[in-house]
Ligand binder design. Structure first.
Ligand SMILES: C[S@@+](CC[C@H](N)C(=O)[O-])C[C@H]1O[C@@H](n2cnc3c(N)ncnc32)[C@H](O)[C@@H]1O
Length: 261
């Protein structure tokens, strides 16, 4: 992971930051981001809903006794980062963040420099062996105890050529009972024709970025969990997972949480 910052080519981490109203993006990201907003007006709500799902998952796992998180594709630190959410409920929670994007990693390093029990690793999440052997991961997290692995808004950047099922299995096999696995991924497998058209147009635009995106249908996304059992309500739209808001809009992202038994 030696490559430096590419100012010219937009990428997922900085585009996501742009949708969320952050300041860690460049002109190239904003230019593509504006095009995306035009073809998919829901994209900002999608990003916020995804962050909200992440926070609900973290609270759920903490309530189940989990005190360790491995956050894959953690992104540019925004408000309500995993350790902030978890530590409101359990101050002893440890979190290992992983991303391969240099701006996300640099800002995480800056933000986390003086925070105990939290690390950031620059690594490619498609390579579980290299993530799990990084000292910033395996010296922080104790895999003899439950760990919640978060792959939130990550798997659509993993192509079928990179074998996403095998990738997830690479993490799952080190998890002891009581651990969790969360996945959310963009999909065009929705009844709403507008939403379907919008998300397909987004994927077209991402072809020109450093991080092309790949759509999966609901069955393919469920398959990423392998044989694992999902906690209720199963694999649902990201906005519908344990959300107290009544009847929220669907946002083209399936999300679920599996418990390792
Ligand atoms: C849409 S953002 C999601 C951020 C955060 N997980 C969330 O849900 O709020 C996707 C992140 O995944 C990162 N990413 C994509 N592919 C990756 C890979 N192969 N290895 C590590 N990080 C990756 C991107 O750099 C980006 O920061």
């Amino acid at each position: 992971m030696e490559a430096g910052i590419d100012f010219e080519r937009p990428n997922a981490a900085r585009l996501y930051d742009y949708y969320l109203g952050g300041a860690h993006n460049f002109a190239s990201d904003r230019e593509l981001g504006e095009q995306v907003v035009k073809v998919m007006p829901e994209v900002r709500a999608w990003a916020r809903a995804n962050r909200a799902f992440l926070a609900r998952v973290v609270r759920y796992c903490v309530a189940q006794g989990v005190r360790q998180f491995l956050d894959l594709g953690s992104g540019i630190p925004t408000v309500n980062h995993v350790h902030d959410v978890a530590r409101e409920l359990a101050p002893d929670t440890r979190v290992a963040y992983v991303d391969f994007e240099p701006v996300a990693v640099a800002h995480s390093q800056q933000l986390l420099a003086h925070v105990e029990g939290v690390s950031i690793t620059r690594a490619d999440a498609r390579d579980p062996a290299s993530v799990l052997s990084a000292p910033t991961v395996n010296e922080l997290l104790d895999f003899r105890e439950p760990v919640a692995v978060l792959a939130v808004a990550l798997m659509h950047f993993v192509s079928d050529d990179d074998d996403p099922v095998k990738m997830i299995e690479g993490y799952r096999r080190v998890l002891v009972p009581g651990s969790f696995l969360a996945i959310s991924q963009v999909s065009d497998d929705y009844d709403d024709p507008d939403l379907t058209a919008h998300v397909r147009a987004l994927v077209e635009l991402y072809r020109g970025s450093a991080t092309p995106a790949f759509l999966r249908d609901r069955t393919q996304i469920r398959a990423l969990f392998g044989e694992l059992e999902l906690v209720d309500p199963g694999l649902v739209d990201v906005n519908h997972w344990h959300n107290d808001v009544p009847d929220p809009p669907q946002l083209s992202n399936y999300a679920g949480l599996a418990r390792i038994l």
